[in-house]
Design a protein around this ligand. Structure first.
Ligand code: ATP
Ligand code: MG
Length: 474
């Protein structure tokens, strides 16, 4: 983790290169911004507070990698990250989400992130405890009350009888018999021999996905969480009995035990620190809250400017009340993003423009870029489909011509229908594989399939030729 924070700008770009094709300028800028935050935090305290945060504004058409760059950056910095849409916000006092809620959401993310990491660290211990709990259900220890015995008691007698004969000697007491049986079952459990057996387990009631509740800003600020209040009313925290296999129970109980093993106060402290020092908030559609100089001056414009004003203190550095405690936004990195087709960055209020001093434009993607995007990134779409089909024993490979053809088709459809950037590749690939994904494994069980240019054309030609069709499908 520390290592990730110390990545140099060039190292950051090299990491981003693994996933994002082109967009050199944007990668460079985010790398600088990330490193600048570290520089600022490590600067002489006397001047530290004077250094203005280096937030970025990414400008570029849809589907060219704006969000993807920010998301990857956060991943490699192991930083808490959220993406919000500027147009979803309204001014304080109006209906909608207040701007500060983005900091609360980021904090929520940070808490989950830290807890998950902590649970990962205690997983070994949690697994042991979960195993014991399952053992207690299968063969309750003698001194315990018939907990979980119920319908299994008849089972148990035959199992103990088996143990008896296998050992050959008579146990001297019930207690010893019980001990021996438990030992044998512990072994079987560890070997996975009992994984398919059904048991009844007392598990925490999962929080039912109730509707999402947005309280008015004021209530959230006071630390009152409507969701939680409603949750309590509907009996959250209670347990319920469920039938499941041993294997399923293990998964659930390991999580439950891990949750018990971590210190929640520590988790909150660490999360707050991480959110404040490393958090990244990606604000999409910033252009939608700009007031185009050409546009009309009316109600919506006033409201958009209001949102910008509300945004200002958060981006400048202020303290936001969350239900976990105060969060200072001084070091949170904000990345604004938008197409800015109509409104221009200069249509933002001057103070906000000043808070996003790094501007970077992303280029629209070419056929050549599409070719690279299809084949090079670690998560390239061709690799994704290969992996999916390999799980069924069908091994596909693409000829170079086929990939070139796909890139060509993507560029053509973008030009003729609507330019949605690399998103076009997703729709094209899904059409390309529609038939194959339906045929496997029913008609095609296993083997090797080469996707060549002919196959690409055979699957896509009619769609590309027919404009009406491609509008809907590609
Ligand atoms: N330069 C690129 N290299 C690799 N993949 C890319 C690139 N640009 C876009 N993609 C892929 O295209 C999809 C959409 O990209 P992304 O979400 O970054 O678009 P965006 O620029 O944020 O667009 P919007 O303005 O509509 O939000 C993602 O799946 C991403 O992986
Ligand atoms: Mg985006």
């Amino acid at each position: 983790m520390k290592k990730a924070m110390h990545l140099t700008p060039q190292q950051i770009v090299a990491e981003l290169d693994e996933y994002i094709i082109g967009q050199k300028a944007a990668k460079r800028s985010v790398a600088i911004a990330l490193r600048n935050r570290w520089r600022r935090m490590n600067a002489d305290p006397e001047i530290r507070e004077e250094i203005v945060p280096n937030n970025i504004l990414m400008i570029g058409p849809t589907g060219v990698g704006k969000t993807e760059i920010a998301r990857r950056l956060a991943k490699l910095a192991m930083a808490p990250f959220i993406k919000v849409e500027a147009s979803k916000f309204t001014e304080v006092g109006y209906v909608g989400r207040d701007v500060e809620s983005m900091v609360r959401d980021l904090t929520e993310f940070g808490i989950t992130m830290v807890k998950t990491e902590m649970q990962e660290r205690v997983k070994g211990k949690a697994a042991e405890q979960a195993q014991e709990r399952i053992l207690d259900i299968l063969i309750p220890p003698l001194n315990s009350k018939d907990l979980g015995f119920g319908n299994l008691s008849s089972n148990r007698n035959t199992e103990q009888a088996i143990t008896l004969t296998e050992h050959g000697t008579l146990p001297s007491s019930d207690e010893e018999l019980n001990q021996r049986t438990r030992e044998r079952f512990r072994e079987k459990l560890n070997n996975g021999e009992l994984d398919d057996r059904t048991i009844e387990v007392e598990v925490k009631k999962s929080t039912s996905p109730t509707m999402q509740v947005f309280g008015p800003g004021g209530m959230e600020e006071m630390g009152i969480n409507l969701q939680e209040m409603l949750g309590n009313l509907s009996g959250k925290g209670k347990t319920t009995k469920r039938k499941m296999t041993v294997a399923e129970a293990r998964d659930i109980l390991v999580d439950e035990e891990a949750e018990k093993l971590i210190n929640h106060d520590d988790a909150i402290q660490e999360a707050l620190e991480r959110v404040q020092k490393q958090g990244i908030i990606f604000i999409d559609e910033v252009d939608k809250i700009a007031v185009s100089s050409a546009g009309s001056k009316g109600g919506p414009d006033v409201s958009r400017q209001g949102v910008q004003r509300d945004l200002l203190p958060i981006v400048e550095g202020s303290t936001v009340n969350t239900k976990y405690g105060l969060v200072k936004t001084d070091h949170i990195l904000f990345i604004g993003s938008g197409a800015f087709h109509v409104a221009k960055p200069s249509d933002l209020i001057p103070e906000l423009q000043g808070r996003f001093p790094i501007r970077v434009e992303l280029n629209s993607l070419t056929e050549g870029d599409f070719y690279n995007i299809l084949s090079q990134p670690k998560n390239a779409l061709t690799k994704q489909y290969e992996a999916m089909l390999a799980s069924e024993g069908v091994h596909i490979s693409f000829t170079d011509e086929a990939v070139k053809e796909l890139a060509r088709i993507a560029a053509e459809v973008n030009e003729q229908v609507e330019n949605i950037g690399a998103r076009r590749l997703h729709t094209i690939m899904s059409s390309l594989f529609d038939e194959l994904l339906f045929a496997v494994p029913d008609d095609i069980k296993e083997g090797n399939i080469t996707i060549d240019k002919d196959y690409v054309n055979q699957q896509l030609e009619s769609l590309v030729k027919d404009k009406d069709l491609s509008q809907y499908i590609l």
